[in-house]
Design a protein. Structure first.
Lengths: 287, 268
């Protein structure tokens, strides 16, 4: 009687064991090491020496600028990306001939999967002195500086993450029942009112998924601020590369990492609770 | 609306056109066109630093994709059989692996393993005169971690969408559990496993930040591109970039087609 379930349990254990080993030794243990190191001291030659101190956390303000930049520009860039992505997703899901939808959607997604380094490098050229500013000067708008400003980082973020933001919004809009829009129009709502009271609320789960995805990637980004911020607009990621690979202050870098992950998880938690909770309630109310 | 869409496509593809254009430019200056030439392609593929980096990246990406597809699929199958807190804990690990930023994965892997190697290397050297170091294999390990989670999510979504009656029918017809798996479950899961394989391959081939921390002395293609952009880029990089770009475009379209066809077979 007990042989069968015991054997079945053994099979289950065997199936998840390889993944378990990876999660254990490449995720849990390393993250624990980071946590432990964050309470340590920098060894004289760089690296870690054991200690128990909160100095690294108390010293976080030394990299305050990186936190401020990340925590203002990442949400702002996420919002901008969503604003630019929405009409595109709407166009693909509602206006385009169904025959072409998937092809056109894949064309939006494709750039994300091709060399990020080279694409941002191209933007350095396009936004740099010989690029768009010189074209603007040609039509009479002089002295525009874009590269190495927060604007460049925002343009780069919209460019880089539009391919990730469009698909989830597209999916939620595609499922949208067109009869609801007709009903709204029949009841005398203006197109604008229909948009804000019917289309947008129904598409909100897609917007929420896309925003979460983009926000997570932006929070830990390094290449975008490195290339388009040019060392002037830097993120937490840039501070981390500097702390681990240049100044080799592991304990302080560990404290910055722990803080970054903590901020992310708290944000994601509240986001799930409030935004997703609300859209679910609204969806339930509509059904 | 249509105009907006066209503008978005231009916005998305202008930088790519810029890279591709640069690869055919006879001159070295990025912003000045000096005629059509294929010389940079020849130069790029006879540069041993570039071909070696390309080979390293391909090796890492293929190994990562194969391991992630296998381990991730096994995990999804196992997860379906689990219940209670074990299942919740495993679920949580999958989400943590996806949510923790790549840069933190890179850092934590670096400091944990460098510390560990520093601890055991003296013994290894005195006993067998060998030492272990960071390198391409560490990159594979870190990439596999992330992609197991991705594959597990993809495969599990498909498992849950699968018609249970097919498995029951197979059991009623006296197929062994392994026979049912091979002849019924695996063919149904194949599209999402393959899509996971392609996603893992692309992720691994594209990744810069994790490799930057854990590759040790090994050089992947993104690491080479990064350092050559820092030194001042030559159109050689554009040529390699163009080849890579076209390859990933083809792979991506392939993954999409497979997933599409897969969801159709699931319905019939």
């Amino acid at each position: 009687m007990t042989a069968a379930p015991a054997r079945s349990r053994a099979v289950t254990a065997l199936l998840v064991a390889p993944a378990g080993v990876f999660f254990m030794f490449l995720l849990i243990v390393p993250l624990m090491v980071v946590l432990v190191f964050s309470f340590g001291e920098r060894a004289p030659a760089g690296g870690y020496s054991p200690a128990f101190t909160f100095d690294n956390y108390l010293n976080l303000a030394a990299r305050g600028k990186a936190f401020v930049n990340t925590l203002t520009l990442a949400p702002l860039a996420t919002l901008l990306t969503a604003i630019f992505a929405f009409p595109m997703a709407y166009f693909l899901a509602v206006k385009v001939d169904p025959k072409w939808r998937v092809t056109l959607l894949v064309l939006v997604m494709a750039p994300f999967w091709t060399s990020q380094l080279l694409r941002y490098y191209a933007w350095i050229m396009l936004l740099g002195g010989k690029g768009i500013p010189s074209w603007l000067a040609w039509v009479g708008i002089e002295d525009v500086r874009i590269i190495n400003t927060p604007w460049a980082v925002l343009i780069g973020a919209v460019y880089g993450f539009l391919p990730l933001m469009v698909p989830p919004i597209y999916v939620s809009l595609e499922k949208l029942d067109k009869r609801l829009l007709e009903a709204s129009a029949d009841l005398g709502a203006t197109p604008i009112r229909t948009f804000f009271q019917v289309t947008l609320p129904l598409a909100l789960p897609g917007v929420a998924t896309g925003s979460m995805l983009v926000f997570i990637l932006l929070m830990g980004d390094y290449i975008l601020p490195q290339y388009l911020g040019g060392g002037k607009v830097f993120f937490i990621g840039n501070a981390l590369v500097d702390l681990f690979l240049q100044s080799r202050n592991w304990p302080f870098g560990a404290a910055v990492s722990v803080t970054l992950v903590a901020i992310m998880f708290v944000t994601i938690y509240f986001y799930m609770r409030f935004v997703l909770g609300k859209t679910d309630a609204r969806r339930a109310a509509l059904v | 609306m249509r105009l907006y869409a066209i503008l978005i496509y231009i916005f998305l593809y202008a930088p790519i056109a810029f890279i591709v254009g640069g690869s055919f430019n006879a001159g070295k200056q990025a912003m000045i066109w000096q005629g059509f030439s294929l010389e940079w392609y020849g130069k790029a593929f006879s540069n041993p630093l570039i071909t070696e980096a390309l080979a390293t990246s391909l090796m890492i990406a293929l190994t990562t994709a194969a391991l992630s597809a296998i381990i991730g699929t096994l995990a999804a199958l196992g997860l379906e059989r689990m219940s209670g807190w074990m299942r919740n804990a495993f679920d949580a690990l999958i989400y943590i692996a996806i949510l923790v930023p790549g840069i933190v994965i890179g850092i934590s892997t670096l400091i944990a393993f460098v510390s560990f190697f520093d601890m055991i290397n003296p013994y290894l050297i005195s006993a067998w005169n060998i030492r272990i170091e960071m390198g391409a294999w560490m990159v594979i390990a870190a990439h596999v971690l992330f992609n197991i989670a991705v594959v597990a999510l993809l495969v599990r979504a498909r498992l849950q969408g699968m018609d249970r009656s097919l498995v029951e029918a197979s059991e009623d017809l006296y197929a062994t559990p392994l026979g049912t798996f091979r002849q019924v479950v695996l063919p149904l899961l194949a599209p999402s496993i393959l899509a996971g394989f392609l996603l893992a391959f692309t992720f691994s081939f594209e990744d810069f930040i994790i490799a930057y921390f854990v590759a040790g002395p090994d050089v992947t293609l993104p690491i080479y591109v990064f350092s050559s952009i820092r030194r001042g880029i030559t159109p050689e990089i554009n040529a390699v970039g163009t080849v890579v770009l076209m390859t990933s475009l083809v792979l991506l379209v392939l993954a999409q087609v497979i997933l599409q066809r897969g969801s159709r077979t699931l319905k019939t």
